[in-house]
Design a protein around this ligand. Structure first.
Ligand code: HEM
Length: 378
């Protein structure tokens, strides 16, 4: 059994993949980025954002100090990119990003190993601050309270998962040491955490309507390049290269939570489905991607360890955890049906990242992934 320690991957045992709270703003030198990122919702609503971006000075990102400042800068710059591209809706997108955004975004992305595009790591993991057990959203996309609620609930799901850090570590350590009781207690706690993730996800209904998500939030998460994209030829990052670049859209599918559970519980998918999930990993912070690779490549998988013990208690705890995960994935399919399939009022809904890989069988894909989960029951 490999030795996997969460801390090695910058994953907290209290808040998981969320970034530890950081300053809301960058130092004074970066005030133009602070200002534009904060005023994005109002300036997009009044159609003044693009002009404001064009007037922004070209700043030197090498003046950013340390990892967390760079993550905040990345968040600000991808928000500015999103507002700039989609201010006039999907029909009025532009195909070139001005140098004052593209150059520092490109460079800071290279430093961080992140893609130069809006990702879940930005709008959720960096943007959602844990405060007194709740989530506070620092920067908003256009759309007011409904959009902020979407971002907040994503943060609440991550936080619910994040609290299972010790449980996950107990499963891994217990498996390594053949400690049945430790593993069983890990599974039991993890089952509760997955239930809490579902409770958090259900809160989407409180303040987000399907129409608002589909028409108000989703367009700002669009990627570029590929037949399904409003910018089908890709985006030119001025001052970086004249060759258009292709990126898939931002999506909570870029959350590492479900892929961690897949790796931990030994759930496998067909090569075609795994190819999409692997592609998604390229849009995660490198240390999280590494954790998924190490979990996936564990030589002795957790279900194998459980089976070998022939221990009824442990098997029951493992199966309970798998059942909770199946239920969570089923619930997530209901959410996708409500917010994307029904809201689109069409046979070919514009999904998030999945459509950018040229596929349209969204619900069958999610159902198969859910059914693969069930198969590891013992
Ligand atoms: C309004 C709420 C949501 C909608 C409309 C939604 C939509 C989608 C869609 C369309 C996909 C397919 C891949 C894609 O096209 O991007 C997907 C997959 C996925 N979503 Fe969501 N999602 C929502 C909330 C969440 C939240 C809050 C999380 C976790 C924080 C999450 C985690 C995932 C994961 C991990 C996948 C990959 C498939 C899997 O492993 O089962 N989603 N979602």
């Amino acid at each position: 059994m490999a030795d996997i320690q969460l801390s090695k991957y910058h994953v907290s045992k209290d808040i998981g993949f969320l970034l530890e709270p950081l300053q809301d703003v960058l130092p004074d030198y970066f005030e133009p980025w602070n200002r534009l990122a904060k005023s994005l919702p109002e300036l997009v609503a009044s159609h003044k954002f693009r002009d404001a971006v064009k007037e922004m000075p070209l700043l030197d990102q090498s003046k950013l100090a340390g990892y967390r400042q760079k993550r905040l800068a990345h968040l600000q710059l991808v928000l500015i990119t999103s507002g700039y591209l989609w201010q006039e809706g999907e029909g009025g997108a532009v195909q070139r990003l001005p140098e004052c955004v593209s150059k520092p975004l490109w460079n800071v992305s290279n430093d961080l190993g992140l893609k130069p595009v809006l990702t879940f790591a930005d709008i959720c993991l960096t943007n959602c601050k844990v405060k007194n057990g709740d989530i506070e959203v620092m920067y908003n996309l256009p759309g007011g309270a409904g959009t902020e609620w979407f971002l907040k609930v994503c943060g609440l799901v991550e936080l619910a998962f994040g609290k299972s850090g010790q449980a996950i570590q107990n499963v891994l350590d217990g498996a390594k040491a053949n400690d049945k009781a430790k593993m069983a207690s890990g599974f039991t706690d993890l089952t509760a955490a997955i239930g809490n993730m579902q409770t958090a996800l259900a809160r989407m209904n409180e303040n987000l309507t399907p129409e608002h998500f589909y028409n108000g939030v989703r367009p700002f998460l669009n990627g570029f390049g590929g037949p399904a994209s409003p910018i089908s030829g890709g985006l030119v990052y001025e001052g970086v290269s004249d060759k258009p670049v292709t990126m898939i859209g931002g999506s909570a599918a870029q959350s590492s939570t479900m892929q961690v559970l897949d790796g931990l519980l030994g759930i496998t998918h067909s090569p075609e489905k795994q190819a999409f999930l692997d592609e998604i990993r390229n849009y995660m912070p490198p240390s999280h991607k590494q954790m998924l690779a190490d979990l996936t490549n564990m030589p002795r998988k957790v279900p194998q360890v459980v089976a070998e013990t022939k221990d009824a208690n442990l098997t029951k705890a493992f199966n309970g955890c798998v059942a909770a995960f199946v239920q969570y994935r089923s619930y997530h399919i209901q959410v996708v049906t409500k917010y994307i399939v029904t809201a689109s009022k069409s046979d070919s809904p514009k999904s998030l990242a999945y459509k950018d890989t040229g596929k349209s069988d969204l619900i069958p894909f999610l159902k198969e992934v859910r059914d693969d989960t069930e198969k590891v029951q013992q």
